[in-house]
Design a binder for this molecule. Structure first.
Ligand SMILES: Cc1ncc(COP(=O)(O)O)c(C=O)c1O
Length: 361
């Protein structure tokens, strides 16, 4: 409901909005039906019946797709296999579409599959589009169902390594794309040619649109040198600001914005300010077992010191949306730099609100 609200407030037309979640509350569904959006992607038999009842109560109809897990495994996190929590299994689809066609307040519009985020190999796209084409053709052959659209979800990858300056370690391949994303379009459209009738294709290119639109600026607040010679920098942004660095061990390139023209060739360990030992920008557990996903060190200029500003690049996706107040940290502000060079404040720091809140305690 929150995402729908934001989309509508930002000026997206309801007929351009598709709504997805494996756990939609009654009020979420109410809101989606009332706003007459393009499509609600239904995730289970239970939700299908619930949605039909809600649409009936409102005297409206709900346009739907069914989300299917096409049993395609991807290099990152799995959202398209039956071991995941999402959608219908392939074997349930015929029954589910039959039921959806019987329901009085439901309009069947399409089919949806989302196989993962940052899907960085072409084979996964090939497998997903092949499977969806097979399913859509089978539905047509067996019950004469003609869908209006196929929604292949998000997953379009970003090359996080294009500003790579770490030299010491191979990063997992899923941080980079070794192909032009246009090849994804070609792979999908080549497979869609095997459909028995024409459909619209929907794509949800979230990460790939916003990732490199955002840079995180953080200040170095502490420094230490271990007896081993390792140099540590402690910065004022931890996983309260970039939780994906901790939870997914996500890689973001780091540069010293205060010394951007100096050579980045000296190794530093980088940690955040939180009480948690995993609040660091390398892979603590992986290091123990020699299975690291992240570089052990980051290369920065020799003279890097307390007070310098480090810039984390390509943090626009799963960045500003997931800030948290862990350890009583205040969420940072974020600002937009317009093409004209003007600055627009998108979100002020929590400072004032939070301090008022703390005073109440
Ligand atoms: C249905 C659906 N669409 C889109 C996305 C976003 O994909 P991306 O990370 O490629 O922006 C997700 C994320 O998991 C999703 O579940």
């Amino acid at each position: 409901m929150g995402e729908l609200y934001k989309a509508i407030k930002s000026g997206f037309k309801p007929e351009d909005i598709v709504y997805n979640s494996p756990g939609k509350r009654i009020r979420d569904l109410h809101y989606a039906v009332k706003n007459e959006i393009n499509c609600i992607n239904v995730d289970s038999f239970y939700e299908l019946e619930l949605l039909n009842n809600i649409a009936g109560e409102l005297g409206l109809r709900a346009s739907i797709s069914l989300r299917v897990v096409p049993e395609v495994t991807v290099p990152t996190l799995q959202t398209g296999i039956s071991r995941s929590k999402f959608g219908f299994e392939i074997g349930e689809l015929l029954k589910a579409y039959r039921r959806a066609l019987e329901l009085k307040n439901i309009d069947v519009k399409g089919i949806h599959a989302h196989i993962g985020s940052q899907v960085s190999d072409l084979t996964s796209w090939e497998n997903a589009s092949k499977t969806i084409v097979r399913i859509v053709n089978q539905l047509y052959d067996s019950i004469g169902l003609k869908l209006e659209h196929i929604n292949l979800g998000g997953g379009i990858p970003v090359d996080y390594t294009r500003t790579l300056i770490e030299e010491d370690r191979e990063l997992p391949t899923y941080y980079r794309t070794n192909f032009d994303v246009c090849e994804i379009a070609k792979t999908i459209s080549d497979n869609l040619r095997n459909l028995k009738y024409d459909v619209k294709l929907y794509i949800e290119p979230g990460r790939s649109l916003v990732a490199d639109a955002c840079v995180l600026l953080t200040r170095i607040v502490n420094f230490k040198e271990r007896s081993s010679g390792e140099r540590w920098l402690i910065i004022d942004a931890g996983f309260n600001v970039l939780p994906s660095a901790r939870i997914l061990r996500w890689y973001y390139p780091i540069v010293n914005a205060s010394r951007i023209s100096e050579k980045h060739n000296v190794r530093f360990r980088i940690g955040g300010p939180l009480c948690d030992a995993e609040d660091v920008y390398h892979d603590v557990e992986g290091e123990e077992y020699n299975r690291e996903k992240l570089p052990r060190y980051r290369c920065l200029p020799e003279k890097t010191s307390v007070g310098d500003i480090l810039a984390f690049l390509h943090v626009g996706a799963y960045g500003p949306e997931v800030l948290m107040n862990f350890n009583g940290m205040l969420k940072p502000p974020y600002i937009m730099i317009l093409r004209s060079g003007d600055i627009k404040i998108i979100r002020r720091s929590d400072e004032l609100n939070d301090l008022l809140l703390y005073e109440e305690f």
